[in-house]
Every structure is written in structure tokens, then in C-alpha cells.
Design a protein around this ligand. Structure first.
Ligand SMILES: C[S@@+](CC[C@H](N)C(=O)[O-])C[C@H]1O[C@@H](n2cnc3c(N)ncnc32)[C@H](O)[C@@H]1O
Length: 239
């Protein structure tokens, strides 16, 4: 994969990427202002539908950088035999997730883990499904490849990976999407949410697809995309 372009002038200069997520006030404000939330209901449900169509009956689903745990909740709702493993590096998000996922408390293990060190994840058995959303776009191409390879390593043969993530649109599409979305959304009340920082532009669609393929996934596909957010799926080669 090529070197990723820099984030450009519309994204604040990096101070300490990921630091905001450690802050309870930032997390509370982000939860309040999450304007993507409703948009993501469909691709999350689509992930579950595709797994159901494949007659997957997962026993273990891992959600990496799970945050409030919305993706994991959709999966656990769809697959009643599954246990969930919530993983994220933010203790502030852990507090939120424990509350939000209380309904599934007896089916979820919570672990504070950095997605760049997935070897530290304590996984009780081989994993049927790995999901992750809106976090991997912070990684450099090299880190992204390592991340995808680590996810593949967690999966049993035939197991699935889904990454619902932001991408860098080509040419003028980034600004076009921004304008259209602004028109689409209710005006924000109250103080601006301080942006979390990005070292570089998110991966392009091609970089996600290439990264998954290079890591060893098969059946790699862009399953859904709206604005700059895409759902990428792939699976570990069945044995
Ligand atoms: C934008 S939120 C997305 C949360 C959730 N996946 C969703 O889509 O609703 C980003 C999440 O990634 C987590 N995160 C950021 N950097 C991380 C890292 N290096 N390792 C693990 N989690 C990380 C944050 O704590 C936060 O919960």
C-alpha cells in the first residue's frame, strides 16, 4: 500500500491521538453529539443479516474499540447463543458501555486493550466474528495491516470480520459529502465538540480492501457505503 496522505487543513493538528477518549467529559459530549449514530443502524443490521445468511451461529463475537457497544448489542440480539467480548482502550467508555450493555451483562466480558496490541486480548476460545467501527481509520497503513492480521489471527477458519469505518473519499467528494450532510442534519446546540485528532487522512476504500486482502482475508467486499463511511467484510479461509 502507498503512504497515506496527511489529514489536510480541515482536521486539527494531532496533539495526542486517542487521548480525548480517556476523558469522561469528552466521552459524554461525544455520546450526546454522535450524529452518525442513526446512519449506522442499517450497516450494523446488514452485518448481522449477512452472517445469518451464511448460517453462522456464533459463540464468540469480539467488538474492538467498541465504545458504547452499539455494534455488539446488535450482534448479541441477533445471535442468542453468542457471548460478546467488549474491547476498548478507554476506561471512560468502559463505564458508558457497562451501563448501555447492562441488558446483556451476563453475556459480555469487558477488557481494556489497545487495538494496536491485540495480542494482549484474553480470548477464551477461537472467535467466530470480529466487528469494529469508527476506530481503525486512525491507524497508519502499516498499523492497519497489522490490525487486520491480528483480527484474522483471532478468527476460527471461516470466521468473519466486519469493519464499519470512515474512509477518505476521492477528489472533491469529501467536501461535497460534508455540505450535503450539514444540510441533512439538525443544527447543533451548545458548545462545539472538540475534535479528536487524526495523524493522517483515513484509509481510502481501496486501502481498506487491499489491507484486508493483504492480511489474508478472503471474500473481501465493500458491503455498504454512505457518505464517507463504509462497511468492509471478509472472512478467514474456511479449512
Ligand atoms: C468514535 S468511537 C467509536 C465507538 C464505537 N465503535 C462506535 O462506532 O459507536 C472510537 C472508539 O475507539 C476507541 N479507541 C480509540 N483508540 C483506541 C485504541 N488505540 N485501542 C482501542 N480502542 C481505541 C475509543 O475509546 C472509542 O471508544
Amino acid at each position: 500500500m502507498h503512504e497515506r496522505q496527511t489529514a489536510g487543513p480541515t482536521v486539527p493538528e494531532p496533539a495526542d491521538p486517542g487521548k480525548n477518549w480517556q476523558d469522561h467529559d469528552y466521552v459524554a459530549t461525544w455520546m450526546d453529539r454522535d450524529q452518525h449514530k442513526a446512519l449506522l443502524d442499517f450497516p450494523r443490521a446488514l452485518t448481522a443479516a449477512i452472517l445469518a445468511d451464511d448460517e453462522v451461529d456464533p459463540r464468540l463475537i469480539v467488538d474492538i474499540a467498541s465504545g458504547p457497544g452499539d455494534y455488539l448489542a446488535v450482534m448479541l440480539m441477533q445471535f442468542p447463543h453468542a457471548r460478546g467480548l467488549w474491547a476498548d482502550s478507554s476506561p471512560a467508555m468502559l463505564d458508558v458501555a457497562r451501563e448501555k450493555l447492562a441488558h446483556f451483562a451476563d453475556r459480555i466480558d469487558f477488557q481494556l486493550v489497545d487495538m494496536k496490541s491485540l495480542g494482549e486480548l484474553d480470548v477464551p476460545s477461537s472467535t467466530d466474528v470480529v466487528v469494529t467501527s469508527r476506530a481503525a481509520h486512525h491507524l497508519s497503513n502499516e498499523e492497519l495491516l497489522t490490525f487486520y492480521a491480528s483480527c484474522l489471527g483471532l478468527l476460527r477458519p471461516g470466521g468473519w470480520m466486519a469493519n464499519l469505518d470512515h474512509t477518505q473519499p476521492p477528489g472533491t467528494w469529501k467536501e461535497r459529502y460534508k455540505r450535503v450532510r450539514r444540510r441533512d442534519q439538525a443544527p447543533r446546540q451548545g458548545p462545539e465538540l472538540p475534535s479528536h485528532t487524526h495523524d493522517q487522512a483515513p484509509p481510502t476504500v481501496a486501502e481498506h480492501l487491499e489491507g484486508m486482502t493483504a492480511a489474508g482475508f478472503c471474500d473481501v467486499e465493500l458491503v455498504w457505503k454512505t457518505y464517507h463511511t463504509g462497511l468492509f467484510m471478509g472472512r478467514r479461509e474456511p479449512s
